[in-house]
Design a protein. Structure first.
Length: 127
């Protein structure tokens, strides 16, 4: 059965909050005026006001640029690792007689698109 419009959840503006004393002492407030805790404590029951709505922070341009640099470095590291897997390690005897490059071993195609990072970019990343 669908709930009637009147029985739906009250809006936040109508929500009654715990009184100031109950909030400070972290007690369960019965939200009456005065509440039972304030009556027992023989103090004035002051209803608390809701905290102002906080605006959502948006990521800054600097943070997004930094994230982009991190992702680029990660791609480069992955490509270097993949290219190392494709290159055979030269043996001591082979390295003296022939070059370590082989026509069958080449880095993955996506690594060809990568340009080497400048030293300046890498230095600013780690600072």
């Amino acid at each position: 059965m669908a709930p009637e419009p009147q029985q739906q959840r009250p809006t936040q503006s109508k929500r009654i909050l715990a009184c100031v004393l109950c909030q400070q002492r972290k007690k369960k407030c019965d939200r009456k005026s005065p509440c039972s805790f304030c009556v027992k404590a023989k103090t004035q029951c002051i209803p608390s006001t809701p905290a102002p709505k906080r605006s959502r922070r948006k990521p800054t341009k600097e943070l997004l640029a930094r994230l982009e640099r991190c992702e680029e470095l990660l791609k480069r590291c992955t490509c270097v690792q993949k290219s190392l897997m494709y290159e055979p390690l030269p043996l001591v005897a082979e390295s003296e007689s022939s070059s370590p490059t082989d026509s069958n071993s080449s880095p993955p195609p996506e690594c060809d698109k990568m340009s080497p990072a400048s030293d300046e970019q890498q230095r600013t990343f780690y600072q």
